[in-house]
Design a protein around this ligand. Structure first.
Ligand code: SAM
Length: 252
């Protein structure tokens, strides 16, 4: 009898095999099998179009994100101070989930050629207004086919919006679109337990939902290593809202 995990999508097979055993052979097989969009909508028979839900949530919260830009400036500057020394001067950087475009602006001011991808059109409107000369694309990182490769990828407060099975594929994709020796900056909050599920976003107004994966430090380091990243360095950054961010620089 074939166990249920092995019957449906390649991704379930991927999860069943376990993170530790992810070999390039299986990664490639999953990429070939993977219709990313379809497989993320149906997980064990449950319909879950979280990109649609996240788009609505972040559209609704875009004004509040914009209002918090000044408060978040020091944290963003600190994150960039860890990232930018790893990217060659004038290199091209992709910011994934760029929100209202604060980091895009700061990175461009450092001389990088910055491209931002953002799911929420309302967030992207603010990012475009803040960065009239940058390439801000409205799109879903999971399904966007990038023609270019990048010297750096910056992804702050993004990776925890996905179930682990998709997050590891996102890390694989980030690895694949980085140039040799390219640098990744990726951040989430640290958790003592590994959990995931839908949560109401309580640090903003309303009752908007988002998917939230809580990563432990060991688990996240392990995921980065499994995707091929090395030189992994942790940076802990407290923000003005009482959260402590667990950010990593890592190299291809
Ligand atoms: C918590 S916000 C962080 C925004 C920004 N990075 C910052 O630190 O202020 C996460 C952002 O990721 C965007 N996002 C969510 N899923 C995405 C996807 N699949 N592709 C691109 N952007 C996405 C959301 O719309 C939102 O703007």
């Amino acid at each position: 009898m074939v166990p249920p995990h092995f019957r449906i999508f390649g991704r379930s097979l991927f999860v069943a095999i376990g993170d530790k055993m992810r070999s390039n052979y299986f990664k490639n097989a999953v990429h070939q099998l993977g219709d990313f969009h379809l497989s993320r909508q149906i997980r064990n028979g449950i319909f879950m179009d979280y990109s649609k839900i996240h788009k609505d949530t972040y559209d609704a919260l875009a004004d509040e994100y914009e209002e918090r830009v000044d408060t978040l400036l020091p944290v963003t500057q600190e994150a960039i101070s860890y990232f930018s020394p790893h990217v060659a001067s004038g290199g091209n950087v992709l910011e994934v989930g760029c929100g209202v475009g604060l980091a895009v602006k700061l990175l461009a001011e450092q001389g990088f050629a910055v491209k931002g991808i953002e799911l929420s059109p309302k967030m992207a409107d603010y990012a475009k207004k803040r960065n009239p000369h940058a390439a801000i694309v409205v799109g879903d990182f999971l399904t966007t086919d990038f023609k270019a490769t990048f010297d750096g990828i910056f992804a702050f407060a993004f990776i925890h919006l996905f179930p682990k099975a998709d997050a590891v594929r996102i890390l694989d994709k980030m690895y694949s679109i980085l140039r040799a020796s390219g640098a990744l900056y990726i951040g989430t909050t640290e958790s003592s337990e590994s959990t995931e599920g839908w949560e109401t976003k309580e640090d903003y107004s309303g009752t908007h939902k988002r998917f939230r994966k809580h990563w432990t430090e060991v688990e996240f380091r392990d995921a980065l290593e499994c995707s091929g990243f090395g030189n992994i360095v942790l940076h802990k950054i407290p923000d003005p809202f009482g959260k402590v961010w667990m950010d990593f620089t890592a190299k291809k």
